[in-house]
Ligand binder design. Structure first.
Ligand SMILES: [Zn+2]
Length: 284
C-alpha cells in the first residue's frame, strides 16, 4: 500500500470507530457511578424515580430503584455497590428491585415500618432493614437521612396476610458529609408540610414528582413551599416521568410556566439519563 492508501485506510477506520461509538447505547457510555475528585456529591437519574447518589466518601445511596423502568440505562446486575436504599412507598414502581439489590449488595434499607416488614418477608435480611416513620432519622457516618411524610398511597405488589399494606408513604431529606442537602419528595401532592421541612432542613435541591397527569400548579406550589425560610433552594428536578414524555403528559415547560407565573425565580432542570451530575456543577 502507498502512504496515501495507508492514510486513507487509517482515516476510514477512524470514521468507522467514531460511527460505532455513536451507535453504542447510552447505557454503556455512562459510568455506573462516579466518585467526584473534588470532594463533591454526585448524582444520576436512572429513569422514572430511580436516583443514585455517591457521597463525598463514596457511599452509594439509591432512591426508588425501579430498574425495570423503560428508560433505565442500567440493569439490576449493573448495580454492584449500594450502601443504602430508600424506597419511598410500597408501589411497584417505587420499591422496584429493592429486594434483589439489598440481597446482592448487603445494602441497608430505610423506609416506613410496614414496608420494611414486607421487605423482610420478601427475604431481605432483617439486620439490613431499618424500619422507621416520618420524623425518623438514619445516620450513616456523617450522612443524615430523615424520613418525612408524603401525601400518597403505599399498596404493595404482593400484599401478605401479615402485611396487607405498606404503611404511610414517605419522602426523604438527605444531608451529605459536605452539608449539601437534597429533598426527595416521593410521589406526594403539594402539602403545607413542605414549608415546615424547608424551614427545618433547608434543602439545596428538590426532586419533585412530575408524573404524566401531574397538575403543573401542584408542582409549582411545592417549589414555593420549599422556599419557605430556605435561601438554599437552587435546583429543582422532576421525577416520575418518561425521558421523552408521551403526548398529553405533563412537561417541564408546563411546570416551568407555572413556576414563572408565581415569580419564584427558579428553573427546573430536566435531568439527562445516566449523566453524572456533581453538586456545584449544574446548580449550587
Ligand atoms: Zn407510589
Amino acid at each position: 500500500m502507498s502512504r496515501l492508501a495507508v492514510r486513507l485506510a487509517v482515516a476510514a477506520v477512524a470514521v468507522a470507530l467514531a460511527l460505532a461509538a455513536l451507535a453504542v447505547p447510552a447505557r454503556w457510555q455512562s459510568p455506573p457511578r462516579a466518585l467526584a475528585q473534588d470532594g463533591s456529591v454526585t448524582w444520576e437519574w436512572l429513569g422514572w424515580s430511580h436516583f443514585r447518589f455517591t457521597s463525598t466518601t463514596g457511599k452509594v445511596i439509591l432512591i426508588n430503584p425501579f430498574v425495570q423502568n423503560p428508560d433505565s440505562p442500567v440493569k439490576v446486575e449493573d448495580i454492584a455497590k449500594a450502601d443504602l436504599i430508600l424506597p419511598a412507598d410500597g408501589h411497584r414502581d417505587e420499591v422496584g428491585s429493592t429486594v434483589d439489590i439489598a440481597k446482592r449488595t448487603g445494602a441497608r434499607t430505610f423506609q416506613p415500618f410496614e414496608l420494611g416488614t414486607w421487605l423482610i418477608e420478601q427475604g431481605v435480611p432483617q439486620q439490613q432493614v431499618v424500619r422507621s416513620n416520618p420524623g425518623g432519622r438514619l445516620r450513616m457516618e456523617s450522612i443524615i437521612v430523615r424520613m418525612v411524610g408524603s401525601v400518597h398511597g403505599s399498596g404493595l405488589p404482593q400484599p401478605t396476610p401479615t402485611t396487607p399494606y405498606g404503611g404511610p408513604a414517605a419522602g426523604f431529606v438527605i444531608s451529605f458529609e459536605n452539608g449539601w442537602t437534597v429533598y426527595f419528595a416521593g410521589s406526594t401532592g403539594a402539602t403545607q408540610d413542605q414549608a415546615l421541612w424547608a424551614e427545618m432542613y433547608k434543602p439545596h435541591m428538590a426532586i419533585l414528582p412530575m408524573n404524566g397527569d401531574r397538575e403543573p400548579l401542584d408542582f409549582a406550589m411545592q417549589v414555593r413551599l420549599l422556599k419557605t425560610n430556605n435561601p438554599n433552594l437552587s435546583m429543582v428536578i422532576p421525577h416520575h416521568h418518561r425521558a421523552a414524555p408521551q403526548p398529553g403528559q405533563t412537561t417541564v415547560a408546563e411546570v416551568q410556566a407555572a413556576i414563572d407565573a408565581m415569580d419564584l425565580g427558579l428553573s427546573v432542570t430536566a435531568p439527562e439519563l445516566g449523566r453524572v451530575y456533581s453538586f456545584g456543577m449544574a446548580g449550587k
